[in-house]
Design a protein around this ligand. Structure first.
Ligand code: PHE
Ligand code: ZN
Length: 873
């Protein structure tokens, strides 16, 4: 099949409500790795009054064994079955359909539908996996009550789980047993789940605000039982937080989480039975870094929050995906901000947005937060739908205020509980609860591209006033050449020469949100006795690129005094960025530390009472990718060289300070925020110390070696390991071997071992990566492992983009292979190739060749075909 043939486009404007409703579903599943039989009893009711000539039920990779209607075999002329499903001809207004199908879980390497991996049966139904289990109206606006009976061998599958409550269980012949589960809440098929296997469980109880006890159960392999505490604690905090902040209580008597090593994404919010990538469940100090711990906290919370934003109120169609994802990401970001440091959280959120979403929005895969068309919905689980979607919700929160936003969500839940709705319904609830007009705001959902906001300000000493002019412009994106202005909430303050916030209006406010709605607007602030410096887009109040003409002096002033943590960080970043961009032209310029940057860094180094995590943020240089984003043509090697030079210079310039920090910040392992920040800053000091080597005659890697050996936790051990393995000059074969031997039984740790090698900025990296693919621990069927090698390699700024094109060819060959095993993951991994326009002519050609190599593949999946097709101009 060619890229075109396999790519039927589905459009948002073509939405049609379903012809029938399914009131009840009863499944009877006989679980066997090779041949599983699924019996489905579906009760259909016609929705309209008109006769229906054909009712199509989705079905994929199903072997049809029998089909009965109202208890009688269905005559051959009353149905058709093909590769897309089962079509019932002239169906009655109401009938009971009974089908029996055979499926093959062990052979299912796509990890969509029912699959057998690591000795367990698992399902993944979002977005369209349920049709790989049985014939169904597999669409999110079809809500039904499910009863599921699982049958399996008692020996291999002592645990049998599905959504809702276990209502009966028993034994059967041949050492098999069964369990029946009933979910009282009607749900779309994408929230269906079942699990069977040999699992251990960690239990706890949560008492809701109304006094109901909820059993909490985390299912993992027996040897991982000791690594569930972070997940359990995070779950209980998330449950409490949703009660306190949104008034939302959990609705079932039990909440189950199952961990698996074989999963395409992070986790899945199936009703009452979440299935998680083990990366977001398991954490122990010896095996997980502080970042991993935070990942567990936020993903556990994210999936829990879906119970209201996604499950109780669900989606009408997949174009509305951001209705649940954008809102739920916003909720999990706010939860994490409340649990940790708000400022540091926001910096991390924006860093992720800029690293993933801005490039997506500027390239051929750009699409609106509410897309208009897709050919494979799995390709739309993107940074735009998730991260930009969350930014839109955040802007609504900013515009309406905390209380107004809460009024809006209250009304949203009141109106739509139990229904499948649209983004429009959400926006309307926000409007109606606040009598606020969001009509222009809707453009944010329909327009792709990152708006650019240009700011100019001037102080008039005669009038004692400051005038700020903002202009906006959104570049064209595929299929959208004309953009309208969008409302941009700009949180702002004006700082006087003492660094104090000036009074902005008669109410005495020193900070406010101004709304840029037109292409160009001006604001004048009166009664300002002294010149002021603007602090704009505080807290990153809108997902835009802000271009503000501030000289170095003003930037370095803001870097020292701005009381908005995000903006303070941003000012330091901007100073570093400016130096780096100059250094890209001539890296020798960075052999001495630029004065303004020196001033900002040295001020931060002196602030010993500042939160160490925030201090570490201020001392982190922009990534190579972010520097590249600012350039017309990404100068791969010059960027790397400039950044390395600046790291060396900062390392050497502040050598004594780094050494001091490294020594002072040593301390016993604790899990509180202060200790996490301390480790972060100390490991950053270690990295700069190693960078200080070149100008000194000491070998600072000795500190790293010592830390690697002595560390009592994975954060410190991995930081040292990474510095040693990625060092461009030293070899670390012994460390690589030692690490592998120590952790070979811990897949999540071995993923790090793979990824750090694949990301090394060393000339021999490609050769190493080729070896990693034939390493006994490499497994094409485990997405975490594939991402650890191929995903990590594609993020290696210099080696993936090696000028001779070797990285691209190698990569394309591997994606081609992966496409036959796991198309979803293959398509997702291929997206970096879409950014070819950003590189020089030689690299462009290399990336195009790689795309062509993929396009020519036989049996190209719909997933990968769509990514390739959209990647061309
Ligand atoms: N809905 C999941 C989440 O965001 C993501 C997911 C999508 C998982 C598709 C699996 C498959 O939380
Ligand atoms: Zn989600």
């Amino acid at each position: 099949m060619t890229a075109q043939e396999n790519n039927a486009v589905i459009r948002r404007e073509d939405y049609q409500p379903p012809l029938y409703r399914i009131t009840d579903v009863a499944l009877n599943v006989h679980l066997d790795p090779e041949n599983t039989e699924v019996e489905a009893r579906l009760h259909f009711q016609r929705l309209g009054s008109e006769p229906v000539s054909a009712l199509h039920l989705d079905g994929e990779s199903l072997e049809l064994l029998s089909v009965l209607r109202d208890g009688q075999p269905l005559a051959e002329n009353l149905f058709r079955s093909d590769a897309t499903g089962l079509t019932l001809l002239n169906p009655e207004p109401e009938f009971l359909l009974e089908t029996r199908v055979r499926i093959h879980p062990a052979a299912n390497s796509t990890l969509s539908g029912l699959y057998f991996a690591g000795g367990q049966f698992l399902t993944q139904c979002e977005a369209e996996g349920f049709r790989r289990i049985t014939y169904y109206l597999d669409r999110p606006d079809c809500l039904a009550k499910f009863t599921v009976t699982l049958h399996a061998s008692r020996k291999t599958c002592p645990v049998l789980l599905a959504n809702g409550n276990c209502i009966a269980q028993g034994d059967e012949d041949n050492n098999w047993h069964w369990a029946r589960w009933e979910d009282p809440y009607p749900k779309p098929a994408y929230l269906f789940a079942m699990v069977a296997g040999d699992l251990a469980v960690q239990r706890d109880v949560f008492v809701t605000q109304s006094g109901r006890s909820v059993a909490l159960e985390i299912y993992v392999a027996a040897r991982d039982l000791g690594a569930c505490d972070q997940a359990m604690v995070s779950l209980k905090r998330a449950m409490r937080w949703d009660e306190e902040v949104y008034g939302r209580e959990y609705d079932l008597d039990r909440y189950m989480i199952v961990a698996t090593d074989s999963f395409n994404m992070g986790a899945m919010e199936n009703k009452g039975l979440n299935i998680f990538n083990s990366k977001y469940v398991l954490a122990s100090p010896e095996t997980a870094t502080d970042t991993d711990y935070q990942g567990v906290e936020s993903v556990i919370a994210h999936e829990y929050f879906h119970n209201w934003t996604g499950n109780r109120v669900t989606l009408r169609d997949w174009f509305q995906l951001s209705l649940k994802e954008g809102l739920t990401v916003f909720r999990d970001q706010e939860f994490s901000a409340d649990m940790n440091s708000r400022g540091v959280q926001r910096i991390g959120d924006v860093r992720r947005l800029r690293a993933a979403q801005f490039p997506e929005d500027a390239g051929p895969l750009a699409h609106p937060v509410r897309p208009d068309a897709y050919s494979e919905i799995n390709n739309f689980y993107t940074a735009t739908v998730y991260e930009k979607g969350a930014e839109l919700v955040r802007m609504i929160h900013t515009l309406l205020g905390k209380e107004g936003f809460r009024r809006g969500t209250d009304l949203y839940f009141e109106r739509h509980d139990g229904h499948a709705v649209t983004i429009e319904d959400f926006v309307e609830a926000m409007e109606d609860a606040n009598h606020y007009d969001l009509s222009r705001f809707r453009r944010w959902y329909s327009q792709a591209g990152t708006p650019q906001v240009k700011a100019e300000g001037s102080y008039d000493p005669a009038r004692r006033s400051y005038t700020l002019t903002l202009q906006q412009f959104t570049p064209a994106t595929p299929g959208q050449s004309n953009k309208e202005p969008v409302p941009v909430p700009v949180r702002m303050a004006l700082l006087n020469t003492q660094g104090e916030k000036a009074v902005l209006d008669k109410t005495g406010a020193t900070e406010k949100v101004i709304l840029l709605e037109q292409a160009r607007q001006s604001w004048t602030f009166e009664d300002l006795p002294d010149p002021v410096i603007p602090s704009l887009l505080r807290g990153f109040s809108a997902p835009v690129r802000l271009d503000i003409a501030l000289d170095e002096q003003a930037r370095s002033f803001l870097a020292g005094v701005d009381d908005d943590p995000f903006n303070r960080w941003e000012s330091t970043q901007e100073l570093a960025l400016k130096s780096l961009l100059a250094g890209v032209k001539n890296h020798q310029e960075l052999e001495a530390l630029p004065a303004a940057l020196e001033q900002a860094l040295s001020a931060t180094l002196k602030q010993s009472q500042m939160d160490p995590a925030f201090r570490a943020e201020l001392l982190t240089l922009p990534s190579e990718d972010y520097i590249g984003e600012q350039m017309q043509v990404i100068a791969v090697d010059a960027i790397h060289q400039a950044r390395e030079t600046l790291l060396d210079t900062i390392g050497a310039h502040f050598h004594d300070e780094w050494l001091g920090l490294y020594q002072d910040l040593a301390g016993a392992y604790e899990r509180d925020g202060a200790s996490i920040g301390r480790r972060r800053l100390r490991n950053m000091a270690l990295s700069y110390l190693i960078h200080s080597d070149h100008s000194r005659h000491e070998d600072m890697t000795l500190h790293a070696r010592q830390q690697y050996v002595q560390a009592d936790n994975m954060t410190d051990r991995l930081a040292a390991f990474q510095l040693l393995v990625q060092h461009p000059k030293h070899d670390a074969e012994d460390i690589l071997l030692d690490f592998y031997q120590k952790w070979q039984d811990y897949p999540l740790v071995i993923d790090k071992w793979f990824a750090i090698q694949a990301m090394a900025p060393r000339p021999d990296t490609l050769r190493h990566v080729q070896h990693l693919l034939v390493h006994p621990a490499f497994d094409w069927r485990v997405p975490n492992r594939v991402r650890a090698v191929l995903g990590a390699f594609s993020m290696n700024p210099t080696m993936f983009h090696a000028a001779d094109g070797s990285g691209y060819v190698f990569f394309a060959e591997q994606i081609r292979r992966l496409d036959d095993i796991n198309p979803q993951t293959a398509a997702r991994l291929a997206t970096p190739l879409s950014r070819w326009q950003r590189y020089d002519k030689v690299r462009q050609q290399g990336m195009m060749n790689a795309l062509q190599l993929l396009a020519a593949k036989t049996n190209l999946s719909r997933d990968l075909a769509e990514v390739i097709q959209r990647s061309y101009p």
